[in-house]
Design a protein around this ligand. Structure first.
Ligand SMILES: Nc1nc2c(ncn2[C@@H]2O[C@H](COP(=O)(O)OP(=O)(O)OP(=O)(O)O)[C@@H](O)[C@H]2O)c(=O)[nH]1
Ligand SMILES: [Mg+2]
Length: 456
């Protein structure tokens, strides 16, 4: 347990009803007692049991800074595993900063980003995957991603990875026992048995990585590109989904020249929406760059919304756009249905599995459009009850473990000694231990917690 007492404001900066200053470390209760005067007679924070609070005021040199409620947690039953006091004062930065200043002047040190959670990890209150999920919960924007992060916070990632690891440890132990103590009665483990156990684990790891890749979509939003010829109504559609005038709309072709981005939530799905420059041949340098960017963006997107104009016949540009959408999940919009039809809608329907007819300018009901978006994205929706990795670091560890296991298979196939096989299995186990933090270097731990906000 760390000797240093740390303190920070744990609520967001800004005006609010209350703000919370968290103080953690051995001696933190006594330190706060020096500043706090309870309204109940003869009561100090040191008298309080864990999980209890007390109403009173923070005073410095007889000056009352604020009326507060102090909540006391006693080690090890606190977030950090140490003695903790949480001071709830009135919101507003002036008062909050003043209370924090009083705590720091009394001997606490300002907490670094993520230091409370780092202490929780170092004190064995949570494993690394749980700690990382704390950050996910804070930044979760959709219901689905919040649930997934909460799941990891409960330790489900740790449990699942531990189960995988146990299976490998069992195989490695068996191999080692059999190789080291041939005279004992250890049942022989065949190469086929090792191969089958290892292949099972590889399959599970594959599933975990796939889940992560899908989960990332939910956390960061689906990269969605609105594409079409100039003037078909792309920006109008962007604004309709965004619910505000995000992108400039005019009847001049080539109005949008660069990519305009906006995050849009459709129920629990988050879209990272990009309105783009209309696709056409142009000599205008700026517009041309815009068109090139649109095509680049298309290559990496998760969903394309291709817009066509109901009031004009198909052009070569429309055809070119359709060809470029090959292999990309897409929805076609036949826009401007309020105008006389000249577009070959049947042709569009033959090219897209999802076609929405609408008038972006006049329709106020876009539920059909939203439902179509959900339908197309939901096929890649993940089950938030299964294991979900929090970040690229965890994913990398899974991939390294997997490569170690492929070496096991190679070693067996090449007829290498069981020692060589055991070494490769141990490598995979090490990688999984690093994932959960059971064996992580100080450097890695520092890197992880540096990304946290102060106060968490
Ligand atoms: N009648 C009718 N007009 C529409 C509809 N949707 C958009 N418009 C009009 O079409 C014109 C072009 O709309 P934008 O949204 O700017 O089109 P865009 O595809 O973004 O155009 P560029 O940025 O130039 O590529 C504007 O005058 C819109 O008001 C519609 O459903 N019906
Ligand atoms: Mg536009």
């Amino acid at each position: 347990m760390s000797e240093k007492i740390i303190a920070a404001i744990s609520t967001p900066r800004g005006v609010g009803g209350i703000s919370v200053i968290r103080v953690s470390g051995k001696g933190s209760i006594l330190l706060c007692d020096g500043l706090f005067k309870a309204y109940r007679k003869n009561v100090t924070l040191s008298d309080l049991n864990g999980y209890t609070g007390c109403y009173g005021e923070i005073r410095v040199n007889d000056e009352i800074i604020d009326e507060v409620v102090c909540f006391v947690y006693r080690a090890p039953h606190s977030y950090t595993g140490e003695d903790v006091v949480e001071i709830s004062c009135h919101g507003g930065m002036y008062i909050t900063e003043k209370v924090l200043r009083a705590v720091l002047d009394a001997g606490a040190e300002p907490a670094q980003g993520g230091e409370f959670t780092k202490r929780a990890f170092l004190n064995g209150k949570m494993d690394l995957t749980q700690a990382e999920s704390v950050m996910d919960i804070i930044s979760a924007r959709g219901e689905e991603s919040a649930r997934a992060a909460l799941n990891a916070r409960k330790g489900n990632t740790f449990k699942k990875v531990s189960a995988i690891k146990e299976k490998l440890i069992e195989t490695a132990t068996h191999l080692a026992a059999w190789a080291d103590y041939p005279e004992e009665d250890v049942p022989k483990i065949t190469a086929e048995e090792v191969k089958s156990a290892v292949t099972d684990v590889i399959d599970t790891l594959d599933e975990v990585v796939k889940n992560y890749d899908n989960g990332k979509i939910m956390r960061d939003g689906v990269d969605t590109v609105i594409i079409g010829r100039p003037n078909v109504g792309k920006s109008t559609i962007m604004n309709l989904l965004a619910g505000c005038e995000r992108s400039i709309v005019t009847d001049i072709e080539g109005t949008t020249r660069d990519i305009i981005e906006e995050m849009v939530a459709i129920d629990d799905i988050l879209l990272k929406l990009s309105d783009t420059a209309g696709i056409r041949h142009t000599d205008n340098v700026i517009e041309k760059i815009g068109v090139d960017r649109t095509m680049d963006k298309l290559k990496s997107c998760g969903l394309a919304i291709a817009v066509f104009d109901n009031s004009s016949v198909l052009t070569d540009y429309d055809i070119q756009i359709i060809e470029n959408l090959n292999g990309i999940p897409s929805i076609a919009i036949v826009n401007k249905t309020d105008l006389e039809n000249k577009l070959d809608v049947e042709f569009i329907k033959s090219k897209f599995s999802e076609v929405v007819l609408m008038s972006a300018k006049y329709d106020d009901d876009i539920n059909n459009f939203k439902n179509t978006i959900k339908r197309v994205i939901y096929y890649q929706k993940i089950d938030s009850n299964t294991v979900i990795l929090a970040n690229a670091r965890q994913r990398d560890k899974i991939l390294k473990a997997k490569s170690g296991l492929y070496e096991v298979l190679d070693a067996i196939n090449a007829g290498l000694t069981l020692d060589a096989v055991t070494v490769a299995i141990e490598y995979a186990i090490d990688e999984l231990c690093e994932l959960t933090g059971e064996k992580a270097s100080e450097q890695i731990i520092n890197n992880i917690f540096e990304k946290f906000c102060v106060g968490k």
